[in-house]
Design a protein around this ligand. Structure first.
Ligand SMILES: NC(=O)C1=CN([C@@H]2O[C@H](COP(=O)(O)OP(=O)(O)OC[C@H]3O[C@@H](n4cnc5c(N)ncnc54)[C@H](O)[C@@H]3O)[C@@H](O)[C@H]2O)C=CC1
Ligand SMILES: O=C(O)[C@@H]1CCC=N1
Length: 270
């Protein structure tokens, strides 16, 4: 088995970390990456093999494109003659399977939207399999993605825009909330370390409780909120500032950007 990543940046590193922790041998994973320092880190960190983009691609069962959407076409067209019969997997935001097939010359394409908690096997990926893929292709993609966390298969490719907006970009929203809670703790006079502990454990504890509880998030929130108490004041401040509708609008903006990337970058240049 060989899985070759094209691009060894943030998201590829997170996926490779999950894969190697969950049963892929380092020798089964190859990474093509122009940055020598990143290649060295991937080799020592995960025991994978690496090469620079101007070297020949090793024969691979699957080739995972983990480069920026803006680079996709140039890199895919350059690699097309070397892809052989490999399944092509893309994690690039927005770039649609028909464009991927056209540029890479591969018909069997699976598009995936992972997220960075993959590094600690706590990711969730949305995946779409183009019609030409086989059961074996989907099984291989499932094996890769299951080693990084959960998978949601979507029937309509356009649903990946929504997945991107919620779970692809979502860790950044969560980190933004944690940053804000830490800043609030600092504003209450706590030192950096205490502020961090208060914010992180509150977040971790609340998520664990929500995952293990039969109550939904709204009920759990109500259980914290005593009538006339402190939480009520805070939640009122959030509602008055329309934080809920802002979060919904933020995710809609991300989904629109995902669609726009596909529209902008998916066309073949004249
Ligand atoms: N970072 C994230 O949370 C997520 C990112 N993605 C998608 O993953 C893709 C990569 O994003 P990141 O890892 O965040 O970006 P990144 O910038 O960290 O990684 C891209 C890597 O590609 C390398 N590269 C540049 N030219 C290359 C070439 N010709 N051949 C091989 N590698 C080349 C760069 O040196 C860099 O290490 C994007 O398309 C993004 O939409 C998808 C889900 C989540
Ligand atoms: O921000 C981005 O475009 C990528 C896709 C999802 C997360 N990061």
């Amino acid at each position: 088995m060989r899985i070759t990543f094209i691009g060894g940046g943030n998201m590829a590193t997170a996926m490779i970390g999950g894969m190697v922790a969950r049963g892929f041998a380092g020798s089964e994973v190859h990474v093509v990456e122009p940055d020598a320092a990143k290649r060295a880190e991937l080799q020592t960190g995960f025991g994978v093999t690496t090469s620079a983009p101007d070297e020949a691609l090793p024969a691979s069962d699957a080739v995972v494109f983990a480069i920026k959407p803006q680079q996709f076409r140039t890199v895919a067209e350059a690699l097309a003659p070397q892809l052989g019969n490999a399944l092509v997997v893309s994690i690039a935001a927005g770039i649609r399977s028909d464009a991927i097939a056209r540029w890479s010359g591969a018909e069997r394409v699976i598009r995936v939207m992972p997220n960075t908690p993959a590094l600690v096997q706590a990711g969730i990926s949305g995946a779409y399999a183009a019609p030409a893929t086989t059961d074996a292709d989907r099984a291989l993609a499932t094996r890769i993605l299951e080693s990084t966390g959960e998978i949601v298969w979507v029937e309509a490719e356009s649903d990946l825009d929504g997945v991107t907006a919620i779970s692809g970009s979502g860790p950044a929203y969560v980190f933004y909330f944690i940053e804000s809670l830490q800043a609030a703790a600092r504003a209450q006079g706590f030192d950096t370390d205490t502020a961090r502990r208060l914010a992180y454990q509150t977040f971790a504890g609340a998520v664990k409780l929500a995952q293990q509880s039969d109550d939904d998030a709204a009920t759990l929130r109500q259980k914290v909120t005593s009538k006339g108490g402190t939480t009520e004041r805070a939640i009122n401040a959030l509602e008055n500032s329309q934080v809920r509708s802002t979060i919904i609008a933020a995710a809609a903006a991300a989904a629109a950007r995902s669609k726009e990337l596909g529209d902008e970058l998916g066309r073949d240049a004249e």
